[in-house]
Design a protein around this ligand. Structure first.
Ligand SMILES: Nc1ncnc2c1ncn2[C@@H]1O[C@H](COP(=O)(O)OP(=O)(O)OP(=O)(O)O)[C@@H](O)[C@H]1O
Length: 622
């Protein structure tokens, strides 16, 4: 895990999560060795069929079976983390041990083998809802309603203090789509990941919980015992370090349902793509709208109303229970590649600083987050941004979860936004969900009023070239057989420079990126200027770290007659690598022909509800 502090933040283009293909050779090997060690430890303990099923900021999660064929999950914390962070796995086991609910996979045991701790629990059937959402886009209203009701029942159970009031209220603290596992066959949700769970200090009415009277007397209730949850989903109370209460989970649930219904990976877009615009039944839409309100009273009333009306929500009639989301008309074109290729996309985006507001008071909140969260927040430059701007950045990050290469440039003007794009997806089945994800980017961009350009490129991390050096002040040397790869378009598209030049994008059209820090040697810039004259599309990003240089790239040659020149220039770029000095990032992107799409500004999506009588909808559709 890296730890970036604001002062140490040097790189502008930073991928959301480090793909193993972007790690240095040594780090990738360490990771692989560690994963094999975990697997062999589990086999020695008598488990079999072990596979890695997930990884979080703090560790890895494996699935396997025991001797009686029970499906289990094993959670390991990274041994490289400080002891107090590793200890949290034991605390997670302790909290999970206190939860008994059919929709919560139970604790099996907590084991400690030398320094390595392992949490063993039951395995929930299905796939986590972030993955489901990425595959399907916004989930149908019927599914959202089911998840809402089942989660409501779990949260009610967590608040129950027993007949004698002797049990403690439990706060999960990190409710988000990736912590909900969805069993499609049985239409059932399971709540996992109790790593942020605590005993509530306050009850839902804001009264000190009975078990905390002693703490109250000792003055310990001045400070929150809350753990961080995911900043993309937690509500204001948890983010601001209030005393822990079941209200935290209401907020997390509202954000989660909102994100799943809108096909987003955060709660930040709520002011633009409002809960009232998602085609949900009016009652659920109103509840979510209230629960996501900025006004605390309204939020709490919304939460109370939700729990009181679980039965009503359960009985809403939907035309089809397993229906898929409505088809979407894409706002930007995306091509489906003919060949199937396993690619691991990474989004790098630039010029984000103009999306930040002057007011930095929000940085106070950030101190409360731990390093991993902090890292992600800062890397995305979210601190100091308005809510919709954050939603926009989160929507762009979501694109990197699809097998896509290409790029997008959005220009904000007074009258609206102008978008150029070139996007190619390698899996036809994912196209509808990707179209939704792109539409969300455009919709959020339309609601932002700024002047500036934002660019992002998506490339295949498997094509990134890596160069290493012993010390920061010595040059990077490429091997003789290093070449920058490129594709060739299916048909040659030569350009008539007299006719088409104004329709071509240039690497240099938007001037220097004010946020980039690596200044490239003039010889490299000269080669990029020569490449600029050859008709092609793509991006090249130099990411220089103290002992590691990454050359991210994506190239597609359009003018086949220039193949030789193109290859020669790419080879020259590689040959000039030893001239690179300093650290930081510098990147260039060139889109193919200009086919700019214009969208007027639009502050908020119109209201749209699921019809009261679903048969009506069917008739309308005919
Ligand atoms: N009991 C379980 N049953 C099925 N899948 C599970 C279970 N526990 C974890 N997983 C899978 O492993 C992934 C990571 O698990 P978990 O969220 O507990 O780890 P984490 O390190 O706390 O992650 P994060 O930092 O994202 O919160 C989950 O998203 C889910 O896909």
């Amino acid at each position: 895990m890296t730890t970036a502090k604001p002062s140490g933040l040097k790189h502008f283009y930073i991928p959301e999560e480090q793909s193993v293909y972007l790690l240095s050779h040594a780090d990738a090997k360490k990771l692989k060795d560690w994963v094999s060690l975990c697997i062999s430890q589990l086999e020695q303990l008598g488990y079999s069929n072990i596979t890695m099923i997930g990884k979080g900021a703090f560790g890895f999660v494996f699935g396997g079976i025991d001797r009686e064929n029970h499906e289990l999950v094993f959670k390991f914390s990274r041994i490289t983390l400080p002891q107090h962070v590793q200890d949290r796995l034991e605390e997670e086991a302790f909290m999970l041990g206190q939860v008994r609910h059919t929709l919560v996979p139970a604790l099996v045991e907590f084991q400690q083998i030398r320094r390595q701790a392992i949490l063993v629990m039951q395995r929930a059937k299905g796939e986590d809802l972030e993955q489901v959402s990425l595959k399907k886009g916004p989930l149908p209203a019927a599914i959202i309603c089911k998840i809402a009701v089942q989660m409501g029942e779990i949260l009610l159970a967590l608040r129950y203090t027993g007949d004698e009031g002797s049990e403690k209220i439990i706060v999960h603290g990190d409710i988000k789509p990736s912590n909900l596992v969805w069993d499609e066959d049985n239409q059932q949700v399971a709540l996992i990941d109790w790593g942020s769970s605590v005993h509530a200090q306050l009850d839902a009415q804001g009264q000190y919980t009975a078990n905390n009277v002693m703490d109250l007397m000792s003055g310990e209730l001045q400070q929150t015992n809350a753990r961080l949850g995911d900043v993309y989903f937690i509500g204001d109370d948890q983010l601001n370090g209030h005393l822990s209460s079941p209200r935290f989970d209401e907020q997390g649930l509202a954000s989660t349902l909102y994100a799943l219904a809108s096909g987003q990976s955060s709660r930040f877009g709520r002011k633009v793509i409002t809960p009232l615009s998602l085609g949900l039944p009016k009652m659920l839409a109103d509840i979510l709208n209230a629960m996501l309100s900025d006004d605390r009273k309204e939020r709490e009333l919304g939460g109370d109303y939700f729990f009181k009306h679980l039965r009503v929500l359960k009985n809403i009639v939907f035309a089809e229970s397993k229906n898929t989301s409505s088809p979407v008309s894409p706002l930007l074109p995306t091509w489906v590649a003919n060949e199937h290729k396993e690619i691991e996309s990474v989004v790098y985006s630039s010029r984000k600083s103009f999306l930040r507001e002057e007011d930095e008071s929000i940085s106070e909140q950030i101190k409360y987050l731990n390093d991993a969260q902090f890292d992600r927040y800062y890397k995305n430059y979210l601190q100091g941004m308005g809510e919709t701007e954050k939603g926009f950045i989160a929507a762009v990050s979501r694109l990197g979860n699809y097998p896509v290469v290409g790029g997008m440039a959005i220009r904000w003007e007074v009258d609206g936004i102008y978008v150029d794009s070139s996007l190619q997806i390698y899996d036809q089945a994912l196209k509808p969900a990707f179209d939704h994800a792109i539409n969300n980017v455009v919709t959020l961009a339309r609601a932002i009023h700024r002047k500036g350009i934002f660019k992002c490129c998506l490339f295949n991390a498997k094509d990134t070239l890596h160069f290493e050096r012993e010390e920061a002040h010595t040059p990077f040397y490429p091997n003789d057989d290093t070449h920058i790869p490129y594709d060739v378009s299916s048909v040659s598209l030569p350009v008539d420079p007299n006719k088409n030049i104004e329709r071509m994008h240039s690497y240099f059209e938007d001037g220097e990126d004010p946020d980039e820090l690596l200044s490239l040697p003039k010889e490299i810039i000269a080669i990029i200027a020569q490449l600029n004259h050859i008709h092609h599309t793509g991006c090249i990003i130099f990411e220089a770290l103290p002992t590691h240089l990454k050359l991210h790239n994506y190239y597609r040659l359009l003018d086949h007659a220039k193949k030789q020149d193109f290859e020669m220039l790419l080879d020259k770029l590689v040959a000039l690598i030893p001239k690179i000095q300093g650290e930081g990032i510098s990147g260039f992107m060139k889109l193919p022909y200009k086919d700019t799409r214009y969208f007027s500004h639009l502050a908020e999506q119109p209201e749209r509800y699921y019809p009261r009588d679903p048969r009506q909808r069917k008739t309308n559709q005919r």
